[in-house]
Design a protein around this ligand. Structure first.
Ligand SMILES: [Zn+2]
Length: 139
């Protein structure tokens, strides 16, 4: 298995591959999950999940604030999908166009806080338009 070198973008330290059990303790719901955790953790609260199959990092390392933003961005994208009856694949194509990014870079797990804010704004706007159109169509 390839060994991924991951560096913490906040303090520049090397990340260490650790079991999610070590990081989340009793709260962990995925016993087989691994994370890249900053070697200064928990002083530096920065980590990223690894894919189960090949331990590839699932995005870039994030601190608490960025992790929270990414969760909100994922939720906003889900709400957009629901409101516009779009599937996951089509919603990412839509997002690529709106963000002006290619497929490789259109992953919320790679986004900065600013990019997450943009996703949230775009999705809310689009979901509102879809809702309005549907109501108009129904009357
Ligand atoms: Zn760090």
């Amino acid at each position: 298995m390839k060994n991924y070198q991951v560096q913490c973008p906040y303090c520049g330290s090397q990340a260490i591959l650790r079991s999610a059990n070590k990081v989340f303790g009793a709260k962990n719901r995925e016993p087989n999950r691994f994370l890249y955790v900053c070697s200064n953790w928990p002083t530096c609260d920065s980590y990223v999940m690894a894919h189960l199959e090949d331990l590839r990092p699932m995005g870039t390392m994030a601190n608490g604030a960025l992790r929270h933003k990414r969760i909100l961005a994922h939720k906003a994208l889900q709400a957009y999908r629901k409101a516009s009856h779009t599937d996951k694949w089509a919603s990412y194509i839509w997002l690529e166009g709106k963000m002006g990014l290619d497929q490789q870079r259109t992953h919320i797990g790679m986004f900065s806080e600013e990019q997450c804010d943009r996703v949230i704004t775009l999705c809310r706007k689009e979901a509102a338009i879809s809702k309005r159109n549907r109501m108009r169509g129904a009357s």
